[in-house]
Ligand binder design. Structure first.
Ligand SMILES: [Mn+2]
Length: 497
């Protein structure tokens, strides 16, 4: 997915989510209106008992338990003597009493490996460091009817882990999150919280925190994620491998997409994402024909026509919430036209130059500059811009058609590490373990009168996920062909079967 990071890096924090959220501390809504018009004392009494003890014992810790402990230790060392509060977030209303699928905050997942809604990680300062505790909703109470009368009761939404089970899985002491807001209100001493996820927790801390200090916490957690550990690299490879299969799925059904619309492509990729992973990591961009020139085309409701290009930008998110971010621009009928190939090959050449510039010790900007130079050269060569190339690059004139930065960090977030300081990211230096996308593109809008008519409505982007290694880089998405002739051969095999 294209990001605006270069040449306009983010230097202002994203607006916090202001959506009103129900907090875990508030009384739980019951479904007595309509669904449960009345509950007799006899039924209420009956529902309290007759349930087996399903407590699980001897659970193995999650695979990344050692890594999450190391990340908490690094966080503890950065903010000694301060209470640190990292919420998972709450359900968000879609409409009336339906909610969007829950996705825990990246900071919380990074530090705990847990994905439970309403969870909160607290690092409590102690001499010599911190004690980390996870605060979660316990199993539903059967005595007071919460189990079956509350909309968030386990009978409605499914069994939760008990606090004792969560302790075994996560390697952390677990407490009842419903008691946390009151405890945070009473506690004294310096506090920092990650904002934007849990309004109830923020309300409990409102007179104890400042925006500047909370932002330092967010920035630290963003920068800490830049270098991936071995577990994370493995998850990113899984995400990419599933994404490769999702692209193959799409090529196999291009005839069905032609008979219907871009929606068929979106649905086909999502099937792979949901079967093999948790979800898609971002809204799939399934852009056929001139839609390819709209950078974030996610309406995906247009026609798919033979002779046009399909720009597919999509990524599977794993069960641990790491996402791939891959783009291929494919001829719908399996063969690039002469002009499509000329533009595609230019973008390919730019991407090759960009990937070659990804290595430890290189400046982060180098791969962007390398790719932009190739694209500027092509635009001058084709007569769309007047040379010399140096002048074009100095004035940024190529950007009318290159539009976006050439890549971004990738991880738990598709645009990972977005809160990092400039000097740690856009103005920083590549290190082994960093993972980033290289995704140059050329986009000729359908109404662009400055290019020959035949260029109009053509958009090409090629995007791969590149890991910085000790001696250079590794293309995690090398399983998908990129060169135009290889793309055609790969498509021919899939379209025959
Ligand atoms: Mn991207």
């Amino acid at each position: 997915m294209a990001d605006e990071l270069i040449p306009e890096p983010p230097d202002t924090p994203a607006a916090p989510d202001t959506e009103t959220q129900e907090t875990a501390a508030e009384p739980i809504k019951t479904r007595k209106n309509g669904l449960y018009p009345g509950v007799s004392d006899e039924l209420a009494q009956n529902m309290k008992s007759g349930w087996a003890d399903t407590e699980l014992h001897g659970l193995a810790p999650i695979p990344q338990a050692a890594e999450t402990a190391a990340r908490r230790a690094a966080l503890s060392a950065r903010f000694p003597g301060e209470r640190l509060v990292i919420p998972a977030g709450n359900l968000k209303t879609r409409s009336n009493d339906t909610e969007y699928p829950f996705r825990a905050s990246t900071e919380y997942v990074y530090l705990t490996g847990d994905q439970t809604q309403d969870g909160v990680l607290v690092l409590e300062p102690k001499t010599g460091g911190h004690e980390a505790t996870i605060h979660l909703l316990p199993r539903s109470d059967r005595e007071n009817g919460e189990f079956w009368l509350s909309g968030q009761g386990e009978l409605w939404v499914g069994r939760r882990h008990s606090l004792a089970e969560a302790e075994q899985l996560l390697g952390l002491p677990a407490k009842d999150v419903r008691k946390l807001p009151a405890a945070l209100k009473e506690a004294t001493g310096p506090v920092r919280a990650v904002r934007g996820h849990d309004a109830g927790i923020e309300a409990a801390l409102t007179d104890k925190v400042t925006a500047e200090r909370d932002e330092e916490l967010r920035v630290h957690l963003s920068e800490a994620r830049a270098v991936k550990d071995a577990f994370e690299v493995g998850e990113l490879q899984k995400a990419v491998d599933s994404t490769v299969r999702g692209f193959e799925d799409v090529v196999k059904v291009l005839d069905k997409a032609e008979a219907t619309s871009e929606r068929y492509i979106e649905g086909t990729f999502f099937l792979r994402a949901r079967v093999e992973g948790n979800d898609i990591g971002y809204g799939s961009i399934c852009a056929a024909g001139p839609h390819a020139t709209t950078l974030h085309w996610v309406r995906n409701d247009g026609d798919v026509r033979s002779g046009d290009l399909l720009l597919l930008d999509a990524g599977v998110e794993t069960h641990t919430l790491y996402t791939a971010d891959v783009t291929r621009t494919l001829p719908v009928n399996g063969r690039y036209s002469e002009l499509q190939r000329k533009i595609y090959d230019a973008v390919y050449e730019a991407q090759e130059a960009g990937i070659a510039a990804v290595k430890p010790g290189a400046k982060y900007r180098d791969f962007h500059d390398a790719a932009q130079r190739v694209l500027a050269e092509k635009l001058v060569e084709w007569g769309l811009l007047e040379g010399p190339v140096e002048k074009v690059l100095a004035l940024g004139l190529q950007r009318r058609w290159t539009l976006h930065g050439t890549g971004h960090m990738l991880g738990l977030d598709v645009h990972d590490c977005a809160a990092a300081r400039r000097e740690a990211y856009v103005d920083g230096t590549l290190e082994p373990g960093m993972c980033l996308t290289v995704e140059p593109g050329l986009y000729f809008q359908a109404d662009d009168l400055t290019v020959p008519e035949e260029y109009r409505g053509i958009g090409v982007r090629i995007e791969d996920d590149i890991l910085v290694t000790e001696d250079g880089n590794r293309n995690l998405s090398a399983g998908l062909p990129r060169r135009s002739d290889e793309v055609e051969a790969w498509m021919a095999t899939l379209m025959q079967s």
